[in-house]
Each structure stands twice: as structure tokens, then as C-alpha cells.
Write a protein of this length. Structure first.
Length: 610
């Protein structure tokens, strides 16, 4: 039991629940972090979770500790422990403050599909009211509670406690989590439940028979899971890039979380990593949990080379079938998200809420207004797209304001506004006339840009927003190439790599003929038959200033020259680093193109270099 004193990392608070006029007298202990070595707290915490009406693995001590270990640099935990008169743990709330200490949320909000206050139903109001009272006392005026189950006793407790603590509460629907109730499944002749989709497994097995048999494997022990995680992470990042998104597993924090969670949950046997193998190759993965009466479908992915055979669908089918054979399990929870495949399995659901509490009435009404405006916007795709663009632009503006200050930001904004009305742009075009020797001896070499290469780059640059945006652009180009393979288009990407596997620079090459220059909003006639233009070069922030631009161009030009083609490059006249890089690589300026623009009118003029 914690002593009633102030410690460097914990503060004991007596009776602040009484000040909130709660139903029951509880003694609260506020911890500034989860004490890892306290086996007694771990046992009491998980025992309290087990007594909940609907226990979830996301509420456990193990889950909260994994979050603390992975996100300690961005989250400041506030762990509220509530003890009754017998000094038994009667309730707890795992809360976190943001890095600035101004906003509060559930500690597991970004990782858990369900988040809640942990206690019996009878103690819920006392717990919730005590927590809100102390947060308000500490000057926390904005509280966001995501993924709160809609059927939780905390909903009524929050509504009542917010009024007593002079907070304005707004609740809206967040997600509808699809579920598979075994009681509602179709039954076979023997009366046993049948998972839908068994025919697809048979079709897939027949289609891949030449590669080997289809096998399903469930791993629960850490020794068995550890070797699987790297392949699962890479497959997940690749799959997201193929669909035009950045996987959350590209984040180093998220990968640390997954590793820590795996070790912590494998000890009590709550972790289940499932795979579908074809011969020696894994074609589908699922990272999930088996907790009390539920098998939780948390994070799946699959190999897109077998996409037409629905490998992810087949794996879920097998998971459901295997789960029905475990007596203590009664359902599969498919978690957050409204993916179409879930609807093919779901026969039940559970809703979650997004709850905000503000001390300020103005902030409260602004929250409500934002919600209804966003809801209206989502009804019209074109309007939603415009809103997303405005939101992205505003976020970029705020980031620039923080990093560059008011003066420089306003000067930049002024130039952008003026440039949207009138502009004069000059683009230099260069031909390779004095190619430098390829620098193979320097331990660097070219790799073709494919989805696996892009995944490696995403994992190496998880916090570099510019590089991640560039990788999505490359992924979009690869997807278009896959759709248009019947067309004559030799556009291809190259990445400069070293022996350690670091990706240092990227560039693309394509036919000059019919190429569209976004800088000019126009195309140009090809200067020579079969000419190849180098375009869309990029260096990750971590590799800038090391001179990789020139060597990359040199290696690409060498490849093009072997094919008997001439290489060209271009750069905006204002991009001095690009101009110097091209000239250093052996390109000679051949001509310039000027674009004069006023509103929607533009004129293109080409001039040969002197």
C-alpha cells in the first residue's frame, strides 16, 4: 500500500473524492508513472479488470505498461488508484497528459480499441467524479476520452460527474465495432458452429497447390512470436503503401509498443499471432489477443501477390473456426473500423463514443459545431476533399509558424498569395554531355524502387513527414504503372543505397516525350528521339548535405547510356542546390522555359542557353 506522503514520482491525495460529493468515500492515490516492479499492483489491477462486466485486454496492467514504455517521450501518465475503507483497490483510471501538460486523455487512447474507467458498476461514479475533480484542480480544462464503450456504466457517470465538476460534456458516436457471436453462427449437421468463407480457403489451396499446402499456425509464446514480428511489420507497411497510406507500424514508437506488448501479453497467454502459410511462405498475418471470452481481431495484413484469392479473408475464416473450438470463447471482436470484409462475417456489434469535456462553454460549443460541420462535409466527397486540403494547409501553416516565427511566416504567405495571382517562372533544362564515372567503388549502388524499397524507406524515416509524403507519391506512381502495363511507359524509379541498407537518395526517369511538367503546367516537345528525363528527386532529411544527388544521377545516367539513350534533367531556376547538383554531375544547360501567368492565363516561351 502506498504511504500518505508526497514522493518525487507519486502524490497521495486524501479525500478529494469527498470534495466532489461522490456516492462513496474512496481514498485516491495518484501515480506519475506505473511502478514496473510492483507485482501486488499488477495482480490487483488485472483482478479488477476481470471483475468488469465486459473485461478487455486493453484495460490491463500489461497494456498500460507497454504504452508507457513506448510513448514515454510524448505522454505523461497519471494513474488514479481508488481504495475503499478496507484498503482494497476498488477502481483505477489510466490517464495521460500531452507533452505540454494541457490536455488529458486515456493513456491507451491511440492503441486500445476500447478504453474505460476500471471499477465495479457501483463504484464507477465515485471513481469518475474523483478523477474529474483532481484533473480540474490541476488546471486541466480539456479532456478527450476516445473509444469509450457506449454500453459502459461510465457514460452515465461522466454525464453526472461533469455537471458536479462544472464541465461541459459532449458525446458522439465514434465507431461501431463489428463482432461475430458464436451463438448466431450457422450450425453444421453435428450442431457445431461453422465459420463463413470455408469455400474460399479451398479455392486458395487449389490455386497455390504448386507452391505447397496451406497451413494455419497460431503462436502464443514470446520465443515463437519474436521471429515473426519483423516480417509482419514489413508486410503491413508494404500493404499500406500499396493502398496509398502510411502504416502506423512505420512509427518507431509503434514498433516498440508492439514488441513490449508481445512480451508482456505472452506471459499470461493473452497474445495470439496467427499466420497462413503456403509451403514455406507466409501470405497472411494477424496480430491479436485471446482474453476471457473473446478472441480479438486487432491488426491483420497479407501478401498482395495473392490478393485475388483473398488471403486475409481466409485467415479470418480459420481464426473464427478455431475460436469456436475453444470452450471458454463466445465471440470474435473485429475491432475499430468499418472495412467491407468485416460485414461479411459480423452478426453483432458494439458501439464506442468520443467524449470531450471542457471547462469553457465557448470551447464546448466549438466542439459541437466542428462535429456537425464535419458530418455535413462527409456527405459530399468533393467538399470533404476540399476540407481535407484546407485542414492540411492549416496544419502546415501552424507548423511553419512555430518553427519560423510570425515575420517569416507572413512573408512566405504573402509570396504565396501574390504567386497565386501573378507569377513568372523559369525552368532550366540540361542535357548530359560530360557524364562522371559511376561510383560503384564507393560502396553505393542503385536499387529499383518497388513497394518493398518504399517500405524500407518508411521504416528508416518514420518522423520525416516530407519523405513519407514523397514515398506515397512514389507508391501512387507504382500503382498507376501496374494498372497501365499494356502502355508503352518506361517510367521507373531508382534508390541509392549503401552496403548497410540505408536508402540515401531517390530519383525517377521517364520518356521526355509527352512528359507533363507540373512546374510549367504544360508539356514540351522532346528535344531528341528516345530522350529520357530525370525527375522527382528526393533526399531524406537524415541524409541531406552529404552529396548523394550527383552520384545518384551519375549511376542512373550510366544505365540509360547503356540502353543507347540520351539523358536530360531540369530544375527551377530558383532551386540553387538542384542546379549545382545537375551541373556537378556533368549536365550542361541547353535551354530555358519561361512561364508567365496571370490568374488562369499563361504563356510559355522557350529560349536556348547562351
Amino acid at each position: 500500500m502506498y504511504e500518505g506522503k508526497t514522493f518525487s514520482r507519486r502524490l497521495v491525495l486524501y479525500g478529494f473524492a469527498n470534495r466532489a460529493q461522490v456516492d462513496r468515500n474512496l481514498r485516491f492515490v495518484l501515480l506519475r508513472e506505473i511502478p514496473e516492479g510492483d507485482a501486488n499492483l499488477r495482480q490487483q489491477w488485472d483482478a479488477l479488470v476481470a471483475r468488469m462486466d465486459r473485461p478487455q485486454v486493453f484495460y490491463t496492467w500489461e497494456w498500460a505498461l507497454a504504452v508507457q514504455r513506448a510513448y514515454h517521450s510524448t505522454l505523461r501518465p497519471l494513474i488514479f488508484l481508488a481504495y475503499d475503507e478496507d484498503e482494497s483497490l476498488s477502481g483505477l483510471a489510466a490517464i495521460a497528459l500531452d507533452a505540454e501538460g494541457k490536455q488529458a486523455s486515456f493513456l491507451c487512447a491511440t492503441t486500445g480499441d476500447y478504453c474505460d474507467f476500471i471499477s465495479s458498476t457501483n463504484d464507477r461514479f465515485a471513481l469518475v467524479s474523483g478523477v474529474l475533480a483532481e484533473l480540474c484542480k490541476q488546471g486541466i480544462n480539456d479532456i478527450t476520452l476516445t473509444n469509450l464503450p457506449g454500453d459502459s456504466a461510465s457514460v452515465a457517470a461522466l454525464q453526472r460527474a461533469s455537471k458536479q465538476n462544472h464541465c461541459h460534456c459532449f458525446m458522439r458516436t465514434a465507431y461501431e465495432c463489428a463482432q461475430v457471436s458464436f451463438e448466431r453462427l450457422e450450425r453444421g449437421k453435428d450442431g457445431e458452429p461453422l465459420a463463413p468463407g470455408k469455400k474460399r480457403i479451398r479455392r486458395l489451396a487449389k490455386a497455390v497447390a504448386a507452391e505447397g499446402s496451406v497451413q494455419f499456425v497460431h503462436s502464443r509464446a514470446w520465443d515463437g512470436v519474436a521471429p515473426i514480428l519483423p516480417g509482419f511489420v514489413r508486410a503491413h507497411v508494404v500493404r499500406f503503401l500499396e493502398t496509398g497510406r502510411i502504416s502506423n507500424l512505420a512509427s518507431a514508437h509503434r514498433r516498440v509498443f508492439l514488441t513490449e506488448l508481445s512480451q508482456l501479453l505472452s506471459t499470461p497467454g493473452w497474445l495470439v499471432v496467427s499466420r497462413m502459410n503456403v509451403g514455406d511462405r507466409t501470405v497472411a498475418w494477424h496480430y491479436g489477443f485471446q482474453f476471457h471470452d473473446t478472441w480479438f481481431w486487432y491488426q491483420p495484413t497479407f501478401d498482395s501477390s495473392l490478393q485475388k484469392h483473398w488471403p486475409g479473408f481466409c485467415l479470418l475464416t480459420q481464426v473464427i473456426q478455431d475460436a469456436t473450438e475453444i470452450p471458454e470463447l463466445t465471440n470474435i471482436d473485429l475491432g475499430l473500423g468499418s472495412e467491407a470484409y468485416k460485414a461479411k462475417f459480423a452478426n453483432a456489434s458494439r458501439g464506442t463514443l468520443y467524449v470531450t469535456l471542457h471547462r469553457s462553454l465557448v470551447m464546448h460549443w466549438m466542439e459541437i459545431a466542428r462535429y456537425w460541420v464535419a458530418k455535413a462535409v462527409r456527405k459530399h466527397p468533393s467538399t470533404e476533399k476540399l476540407a481535407d486540403a484546407l485542414r492540411t494547409g492549416f496544419s502546415s501553416f501552424r507548423a511553419r509558424l512555430r518553427t519560423q516565427g510570425v515575420k517569416q511566416t507572413m512573408a512566405w504567405a504573402g509570396k504565396r498569395v501574390l504567386g497565386s495571382v501573378w507569377a513568372r517562372d523559369e525552368v532550366y533544362f540540361y542535357e548530359m554531355t560530360n557524364a562522371k564515372p559511376a561510383l560503384q567503388s564507393d560502396g553505393i549502388f542503385l536499387k529499383a524502387i518497388d513497394f518493398d524499397t518504399l517500405a524500407t524507406a518508411a521504416l528508416q524515416n518514420p518522423e520525416d513527414e516530407g519523405t513519407l509524403a514523397y514515398l506515397l507519391r512514389c507508391a501512387n506512381r507504382l500503382r498507376k504503372d501496374d494498372k497501365d502495363k499494356h502502355k508503352e511507359d518506361d517510367s521507373r524509379g531508382f534508390a541509392l543505397s549503401n552496403q548497410a541498407g540505408e536508402l540515401l537518395h531517390f530519383t525517377w526517369a521517364g520518356r521526355f516525350e509527352n512528359f507533363f511538367w507540373s512546374e510549367l503546367n504544360s508539356g514540351l516537345p522532346s528535344p531528341a528521339p528516345g530522350a529520357v528525363i530525370l525527375f522527382d528527386s528526393w533526399t531524406p532529411i537524415s541524409q541531406r548535405g552529404r552529396g548523394y544527388y550527383g552520384p545518384t544521377l551519375g549511376l542512373v545516367v550510366a544505365k540509360i547510356r547503356e540502353e543507347g539513350k540520351r539523358s536530360w534533367g531540369f530544375s527551377a531556376s530558383t532551386n540553387t542546390s538542384s542546379v549545382k547538383g545537375l551541373e556537378k554531375a556533368g549536365f550542361r544547360r541547353n535551354f530555358s522555359v519561361f512561364r508567365y501567368r496571370f490568374l488562369w492565363w499563361q504563356k510559355i516561351i522557350q529560349k536556348n542557353a547562351l
